[in-house]
Design a protein around this ligand. Structure first.
Ligand code: FRU
Length: 498
């Protein structure tokens, strides 16, 4: 009997710690299969969706992510885990959080509890705390509506092993089906933790002194913004304007209802007084006007000496994410991007640029006029438009007549991937994406091409289009049609381990 009780305790302890249950060894054989992104994050094997728990601590950028290791389609959600010192080269680590009796581990965030408010760590050895949604599939199947609750877990060893809090859930469900994706940050105005939560068609803000007990502060959004789908994966943070005044930014992902249909992320710029968020206006703005950037949020705890607000999104769309033609894994993340304020006459907007760390894998520039065939299918391509030159057409193609065309004419930017390669896996994929450019004079285009994606930055990120493509051979032919057809190409080194 005694032996049995000891065994029981050992099992309980091991499942609480969730240590190294899985070692990731698949990276080598799967690194070079077709469509494996070469300088974007992909899981070695299995299904991935949203980035989760992005936090910086002690020299490491952590990326957790929605993960189902047993299949390449969505299933019981875990938090996969990777770390990086530059957000470009990633080291895969064992799964951080496994589903348990309270449910699957849905999206959420992580913070470093510097003041040890939770008492999980010590002030000189702070805990990393993850705040996530528990999704209980059984009570969902049983027809209940209160199956999503918020739970927490902590790590005392730089995110390597996690202990779930014994009194989970910390925020029970008030009787609403969609009640998820907590993004938590420390608020200096009110000296407490703020949780930003997506609740069906609006955002709710909660506060806590210790990450364990939460009370509701306010709601935002029921009658503002895009409402073509359910609200998910919010983020709340501030950026200083040129006068040093804090402007607050609220990201809200919605699915469906994005500018290219399907999933997308809208944002609001406004004010947050520690209690309520107020938007500067009622304009709907998107962090990306392409089809494939969803559920993105920003890193927590970037040191003040760095000062950047750093973002990464899931480079897919729920319209076809589960059927894209990859074999051993599904989905990649966007490149890491810095989020910046941009003053326009109709209020503040955001600009996004790829983090400067990309330059470490970027080769010397080569200049061309009109057209080129490049050796390296991984590249950054830049060109400028002269004043009053509002039109251009750019074609990227291979020798199998597969191509994408980016075109600007009459105030509309068009991205056509109808003939981009493998497209038949979903009728929603081979589409022409249009963006209204009447408010923007295009001066500069910068495109990052990987084996299965293009990230298009207009005017240093005033508008961004992130688009998946699945050409049977990479696009290595470039053709630019415009008055002055000079362009610059920087090859990019693969950041994957050989
Ligand atoms: C967004 C989302 C989240 C949820 C997670 C489940 O893509 O639907 O709202 O937490 O994915 O995997």
């Amino acid at each position: 009997m005694k032996i049995l009780s000891i065994l029981f305790l050992v099992v309980i302890f091991l499942s609480a710690c969730q240590t190294n249950k899985e070692s990731v060894s698949a990276i080598d054989h799967s690194a070079h299969e077709p469509f494996r992104s070469q300088y974007h994050f992909t899981p070695a094997t299995g299904w991935m969706n949203d980035p989760n728990g992005m936090v910086y601590y002690d020299g490491e950028y952590h990326l957790f992510y929605q993960y189902y290791p047993d299949s390449t389609v969505w299933g019981p959600m875990h938090w996969g885990h990777a770390v990086s010192t530059d957000m470009i080269h990633w080291e895969h680590l064992p799964i951080a959080l496994y589903p348990d009796s309270l449910g699957y581990i849905f999206s959420g965030s992580a913070v470093v509890d510097w003041k040890n408010t939770s008492d999980f760590g010590m002030v000189d050895k702070p805990a990393m705390v993850a705040i996530f949604t528990y999704h209980d599939p059984e009570s969902d199947r049983a027809g209940r509506v209160d199956f999503q609750t918020q739970g927490i877990a902590y790590s005392l060893d730089k995110g390597r092993t996690w202990i779930k809090y014994k009194n989970n859930p910390v925020l029970p469900n008030p009787g609403i089906r969609d009640f998820r994706d907590p993004k938590v940050s420390w608020n200096d105005i009110s000296n407490q933790w703020i949780m930003t939560l997506a609740v069906k068609d609006h955002i709710e803000f909660y506060a806590s002194a210790d990450l364990k007990q939460w009370h509701k502060l306010s709601e935002f959004g029921q009658s503002i913004g895009a409402h073509g789908g359910v609200w998910e994966c919010p983020d709340l943070f501030s950026l200083s304007d040129e006068q040093g005044k804090k402007r607050w930014i609220l990201f809200v992902s919605i699915n469906p209802g994005g500018p290219q249909r399907g999933s997308a992320t809208q944002y609001f710029v406004g004010d947050f007084d520690g209690q309520n968020f107020i938007s500067q206006d009622t304009v709907t703005r998107w962090i990306d006007y392409g089809a494939d950037n969803y559920a993105g949020v920003t890193w927590s705890d970037i040191p003040a000496s760095d000062g950047r607000r750093l973002f990464m999104g899931w480079m897919s769309n729920w319209q076809y994410a589960t059927v894209v033609p990859t074999q051993l894994w599904r989905s990649a993340m966007t490149l890491p991007r810095e989020v910046m304020l941009h003053k326009k006459h109709q209020g503040y907007e955001l600009k996004f640029r790829v983090v400067k760390e990309i330059e470490d894998v970027q080769q010397e520039p080569r200049r061309y006029t009109g057209s080129a065939v490049v050796d390296n299918p991984l590249f950054r391509l830049d060109f400028n438009l002269e004043e009053a030159e509002n039109e251009f057409s750019l074609t990227l193609s291979n020798d199998q007549q597969e191509k994408v065309v980016l075109n600007a004419k009459d105030g509309v930017l068009t991205f056509d991937r109808t003939a981009s390669g493998i497209t038949e896996f979903s009728a929603d994929f081979p589409q022409v994406h249009k963006v209204d450019m009447r408010q923007i004079t295009i001066r500069k285009i910068s495109i990052y091409a990987d084996l299965a994606s293009l990230e298009i930055f207009i005017n240093d990120g005033e508008h961004v289009l992130t688009e998946l493509v699945f050409p049977n051979k990479p696009y290595q032919r470039i053709k630019l049609e415009k008055l002055n057809s000079q362009f610059t190409v920087y090859g990019i080194d693969s950041s994957l381990n050989e």
